[in-house]
Design a protein around this ligand. Structure first.
Ligand SMILES: [Zn+2]
Length: 74
């Protein structure tokens, strides 16, 4: 896991194997999360990664964590 104090991102794959990325940016005490796929944004003070995952799952049906799984063998 990269340890970046100001930005980080959550990426998930959808059922079609497409990657969706939500970036988490720190702005003072708040964090702003924004989706690369659809431009969705929101502020989150706590657990921005959880909100990012929720968005990815609800808006893009992207629930597969690429870092948690090995490359599919095909
Ligand atoms: Zn989105």
């Amino acid at each position: 896991m990269p340890r970046d104090n100001s930005t980080s991102k959550v990426s998930r794959w959808d059922g079609h194997g497409r990657e969706h990325v939500v970036r988490v940016r720190r702005t003072g005490v708040q964090r702003t999360i924004s989706c690369d796929t659809c431009g969705w944004r929101r502020g989150a003070q706590f657990l921005p990664w959880l909100k990012a995952e929720e968005h990815l799952a609800e808006a893009h049906q992207a629930t597969v964590d690429p870092s948690a799984t090995r490359q599919p063998s095909r």
